[in-house]
Structures are given as C-alpha cells and as structure tokens.
Design a protein around this ligand. Structure first.
Ligand SMILES: C[S@@+](CC[C@H](N)C(=O)[O-])C[C@H]1O[C@@H](n2cnc3c(N)ncnc32)[C@H](O)[C@@H]1O
Length: 235
C-alpha cells in the first residue's frame, strides 16, 4: 500500500515504505525518551494485562512491553501499513506470540475491546482533530487502567515556530527532522492548531492528567519535558 489514505501533514505510508535503519531510528523517539519512564510507571503503578500503543512506528513500546510482560496481550497500532508489516515480520521472527500489529488512523480508534494500558507517544502532533483522538484513546482504556501520552504544549508551539522560520539554520545534521519538510510536517503545531494542555486534556476527558515524573525517577526526565509533557490519565 503506497497511497496516502488519511489526512495528515506528512505521507506516513510513503515515509515508512522501504524505510532504512537510520529512518527507523530517528522516527522512534520513544526509545530514547519515554521507554524508561514508562517502565518505571508500569512497575510502580500497574502491571498491565493488555496494552495498546497507538502510533507505534517501529514498535519500540509494544516490543518492550511484550518482552517484559509475556502474559500480557500487546497490540501496536499505526496509520502506516508498511511499518506494521515490518513489525509483524519481526514479531514472528523473534517468536512473540503475545504481540500483534493493526492499522488505525487517529482520530479513529475503535479496537472493539479495552486495554489496561493505552500509550500514544509523539503521534498526536500529526492529528488535526486532537480532542476526538484523545477521547477515542481514553475510551479504549478499561476501568482501573491508564492512558499514557506525550503532547506538545504552548512552549513547544513557540519553539517549533522559531525553527520553522529558518529550519536550515536551526536543524543540524544530528536532527531527526529534515529541514526541507519541517514546516509542512509540523504545520498543525506551528499553526497552534492542535496544542494540548493539562486543562484541555481535563476538559476533554473529564479527568486530570498527572505528570509521569510524579512516578518515574528524576534521572529519567528527558530534556524537553516542559515543551513536551509526558502524562498519565487514570480511568
Ligand atoms: C514520530 S513517530 C512516533 C513513533 C513512536 N510512537 C515513538 O515515539 O517512537 C509517529 C508515528 O505516528 C504514526 N501516525 C501518524 N499519524 C497517525 C494517525 N493519524 N493515526 C495513527 N498513527 C499515525 C506514524 O506513521 C508514525 O509511525
């Protein structure tokens, strides 16, 4: 499948089609940023029986959760079929019998079942109807479960606006982002159209989010935590 079939600022199907290792690594921020605090969270707060990671990309979170909780049922979801197919082949090759990958395109997420833990990292920033997406993710959390997410806030808005004014000046060779398409890729964020805040999450879900840092270790706090909070919402 190479046709873009969903509305977004970047063609994720093309992006993942034949992506090399470098692309996979630079499109997996969860590996460096959210995996350790998520592991602290699940150790401290609740060991999940069923996990969904939405916008899973190359599957950092689902692969780790499936390894860590062999009894848990883990599903990685993404909009782009090519990355899901690669993940399925890897899961089969590594013998993960508790791990599946399925397509969903936020704001739609209707898995027909509930999960103890639903995670969504570095994906909502590409979704225009962010409140609908947030509500759908939370709907899939069962009673006593948790939604854990990262989001971009008004500080990120200013930061990304500055970069978008002159991406070649601001983005060096180590940047995970291509300066030539930065402004298009982050259009929703740069335009301030899909920013979240503690208040907006509360108003959408009816429950206050809590900072992951109230649970995870200070040494796991990543540098951009003010711009790009990581929170959990209990159900
Ligand atoms: C920056 S990557 C993040 C991958 C992973 N969550 C991580 O943090 O390592 C964003 C992922 O979201 C997926 N994505 C983009 N728009 C989406 C949508 N509307 N619904 C579901 N997934 C989407 C992309 O295909 C991509 O794999």
């Amino acid at each position: 499948m190479t046709d873009q079939t969903f509305k977004t600022t970047i063609n994720w199907t093309e992006y993942w089609d034949g992506a090399d290792d470098e692309t996979r690594t630079k499109t997996a921020p969860a590996a460096q940023l959210t995996l350790d605090p998520l592991e602290s969270f699940v150790e401290t707060v609740a060991q999940p029986g069923a996990v969904a990671d939405v916008g899973c990309g190359p599957g950092t979170v689902p692969f780790r959760m499936a390894e860590r909780f062999p009894e848990a049922d883990v599903v990685g979801y993404d909009a782009a079929e090519p990355v899901l197919q690669e993940n399925r082949e890897r899961a089969e090759g590594e013998g993960h019998h508790n791990l599946a990958f399925e397509q969903t395109v936020l704001p739609e997420f209707d898995p027909g079942r509930s999960f103890d833990l639903v995670t969504c990292f570095y994906t909502l920033t590409y979704v225009e109807e962010i409140e609908a997406a947030l509500a759908a993710l939370y709907d899939a959390v069962g009673p006593g479960g948790h939604l854990v997410l990262t989001y971009h806030n008004r500080f990120a808005h200013r930061h990304f606006q500055r970069i978008a004014e002159d991406p070649h000046e601001h983005l060096g060779p180590e940047s995970p982002w291509d300066p030539d398409n930065f402004a298009d890729r982050f259009e929703l964020l740069v335009e301030g159209e899909n920013l979240l805040s503690h208040e907006r999450i509360h108003d959408t879900l009816g429950t206050w989010p809590r900072s992951i840092w109230s649970v995870a270790g200070e040494d796991e706090r990543y540098a951009a935590w003010r711009h790009n909070p990581m929170v959990y919402v209990p159900k």
